[in-house]
Design a protein around this ligand. Sequence first.
Ligand code: PMP
Ligand code: GLN
Length: 387
Amino acid sequence: MLSQRIQNIDFPVFGRIAALARNKDVIRLDAGEPDFPAPALIKDAAVAAIAADYNQYAPVPGLEELRRGIAAKIQEREGMVFEPLSQITVCCGATEGLAAAFLAIVNPGDEVILLEPAYTVYTPDVLLCGGSPVYVKLSPPEFRIERHKLEAAVSPRTKAIIINSPHNPTGRIYSQEELSVIAEFCLRHNLIAITDEVYEELTYDGVKMERLWKIPGMEERTIIVSGFSKTFSVTGWRLGYVVAPVLLSRGVQLAHNYLTVGTAAPLQRAAVTASQMPADYYRTLAALLQQRRDILLDGLRKVGFECRCPQGGYFILADCSRFGWQDDWSLAQYLIEEIGVAAIPLSGFYKKYPADNPVFLRFAFCKREETIRTAVERLQRLKLKVK
Ligand code: PMP
Ligand code: GLN
């Protein structure tokens, strides 16, 4: 009874790991969701909005005030100028924004280039549009974008490429040079670039996140997807947005209209408050996460995992090869059942995990210090047990 499109997709790795960890004494470093509170100011704004009866539909593409707030925030922090009403769409998380963006541009039979490891929604989104994902594998441990690999993946049917920086799960921020490679590639082959920038405010050690949109020629073919989940620690609010050139933005707004008729009105009001946070808010959040990253990084390295220091985002990718497990799933399962720590197997970010890749697990550090320290303490038992 199911459509072919639905039969072509599967649930992502996160639910399966969560199911293994449920009702067990397990420290959850699997999900990219904070276990610390969201800012009081915006929680109060949400409560006030409900009490003030902002409880009916908001305008479908998003509250005007919110779209103006998002445009002002982007202009202030990045110097990029967008027309709020024709270029910005408020969506149900970046997740819906991505789906709307793909629906806006992908015809059946079109190919879309995805860089693996690829965040888990890109493949299903492309397949649900009737498109074909074409994979370019980034090589560990650097996971750098390489021109020759892109060129080998392109065909006359290629319509778009999606990139994600800061990157889930590697923590990489693509350099200006890598973005130039992407831009030249898009211009040469007339492709649209979707850039998933949900971790844009979570950058560490003073590393600056460069923007594809700013490279000459890219402003007319770049769709930016971002959101409130990570920047304001409200993953459950399901608030994201898409910023695009007017023509593409109209396509996104059409798709969004029929997918959702808009996102929760009172939460959009609270997001207006969020969009007006001073620069200090972003500095403090990034500093807090950098400190949590450092505690987890140090702990994982002491246990014996090989880890690159992530430049941004929520995650550390740990090479666990030396512990002797054949595959990441059995190690993840062992950690949940015997050690009491949940992490995500990297193979969940691949169509087919390369046989010669190391065994990697992804650990989230968007957690309270105590959560991370307890997890690290437990992981020490892995060292004792295996060595
Ligand atoms: N893109 C990436 C790379 C993510 O990691 C996530 C969430 N973890 C999303 C998109 C979706 O974010 P949202 O909660 O805004 O739907
Ligand atoms: N994006 C979250 C992560 O990478 C997962 C979101 C979800 O599907 N539960 O951990």
